[in-house]
Design a binder for this molecule. Structure first.
Ligand code: AMP
Length: 412
């Protein structure tokens, strides 16, 4: 089915064509008709599936022409995501007269206040700063017809749910609400029951399945050799661009320093950096000035960074769903990618949790020409040793003595 058959307005179709989109993605096929029909929608789809257009295109179509507003409000967990979604929406709406604006913290109020006062049809915002504007009286939400709560589980993780509830209360009851979330924990369920009216759920694929275009493997290593292994890995793999994920901001800074010392062009993305630093890092990474981006989960969540050839989990993610999000940075938009996870003995429970979550055993591999010190992980999978939390075929992949060698990098 093509975009033209979905019932979108002509000037939005023009925007879609200008973006070069030929066919709707599965989530767009399912969600667009529902939003156009005025239904509340709960969407769960992996990042990179085209979910922004899935809600933005029908909302823009239904808004039609500019008018007193804002009539559409889109809440995002991070500034980067808000900026990215606003850019996409501006692109889709470029053949309309709709005014789009973005509001987030970490920058001055001036431009945002001016734009809000001038009147915006669509506001994309992070919750905290939007509340500030509401309290200052720069904006009202009583004209909102379409409300989107994007990455709701991440807003929960970041403690934004009370702000979100407050903002929802300021919107009219008569509105359409869409909510996107990779998982539906009980608090989100409560939010859904409270904020949504008879919603339809659109679940694309098995949301727990990593993208098929991503090859992902684990490198077991002793704790003391983690950074050596990372350096060797980056030496051996021929990559175009890599994101290295760390658990903490401090860890991210430390790894970035180490990589810099070893002649890698590195930038860092975490929430202690100023907005300007974050924008510069992202821009530099996008245009190829930096080949490695070191990031924490929160900073990198959902960012549309195209053509990342490799993802390295320097630290194993503590929430299984973050594994899917992290490795989803690579293998996007039809291209393939590799995702490597460095695992120490301490990480074993988290790795087993991930494997249970995705119902897959992730292959353990060894890096050629690396001087390994012993780790108990090398015993994993040996008869009598496999206490692993992975159900079923845990022993199907023999680890000790049975390693595959590292997959090669992708050459340009
Ligand atoms: P998202 O999941 O919204 O972050 O989108 C991921 C990427 O897919 C973005 O670069 C979009 O521009 C792109 N995209 C979205 N929909 C389509 C489509 N129907 N055809 C091709 N690319 C798309």
């Amino acid at each position: 089915m093509s975009f033209t058959e979905l019932g979108l307005s002509e000037n939005i179709l023009q925007g879609v064509r200008a973006m070069g989109y030929v066919e709707p993605t599965p989530i767009q096929l399912r969600a667009i008709p529902l939003v156009l029909a005025g239904k509340d929608v709960i969407g769960s789809a992996q990042t990179g599936t085209g979910k922004t257009a899935a809600f933005a295109l029908p909302i823009l179509s239904r808004l039609g022409n500019a008018g007193p507003g804002p009539r559409a409000l889109i809440l995002e967990p991070t500034r980067e995501l808000a900026a990215q979604v606003e850019t996409a929406i501006r692109d889709y709406a470029r053949f309309t007269n709709l005014k789009i604006t973005v509001v987030y913290g970490g920058v001055g109020y001036g431009r945002q206040t001016d734009e809000l006062k001038a009147g915006a049809d669509v506001v994309v915002a992070t919750p905290g700063r939007l509340l500030d504007h509401l309290e200052k009286g720069t904006l009202r939400l009583d004209k909102v017809e379409f409300l989107v709560l994007d990455e709701a589980d991440r807003m929960l993780d970041m403690g934004f749910l009370p702000d979100v509830r407050h903002l929802v209360e300021k919107c009219p009851r008569q509105r359409h609400t869409a909510l996107f979330s990779a998982t539906i924990p009980p608090q989100i369920e409560t939010l859904i029951n409270w904020a949504m009216h008879d919603p339809e759920t659109v679940e694309i694929g098995a949301r727990r399945t990593p993208a098929e275009t991503v090859k992902h493997v684990i490198y077991p290593v002793s704790d003391t050799q983690k950074s050596d292994l990372l350096l060797k890995l980056l030496d051996q793999v021929s990559y175009d661009s890599v994101i290295v994920f760390c658990r903490t901001k401090h860890g991210a800074d430390r790894i970035a320093g180490l990589l810099k010392k070893n002649q890698h062009a590195v930038c860092v993305l975490h929430s202690n950096r100023t907005q300007k630093e974050r924008e510069q890092a992202l821009q530099g990474f996008r245009d190829g000035r930096f080949e490695v981006l070191v990031a924490t989960d929160i900073a990198a969540r959902g960012l549309d960074i195209a053509d990342v050839s490799h993802v390295v989990n320097y630290d194993v993610p503590q929430h299984p769903e973050d594994y899917i999000h992290r490795i989803g940075r690579t293998g996007r938009a039809e291209s393939s990618g590799d995702a490597f996870t460095i695992m120490t003995a301490e990480d074993a429970p988290h790795v087993y949790a991930i494997e249970r979550f995705i119902s897959q055993k992730i292959a353990r591999v060894k890096l050629p020409d690396f001087d390994y010190r012993y780790t108990v992980l090398f015993e994993e999978g040996k008869p009598g040793q496999a206490k692993g939390g992975f159900p079923g075929k845990a022993r199907a992949v023999r680890v000790h003595g049975g390693y595959h060698f590292a997959p090669g990098g992708r050459r340009r």
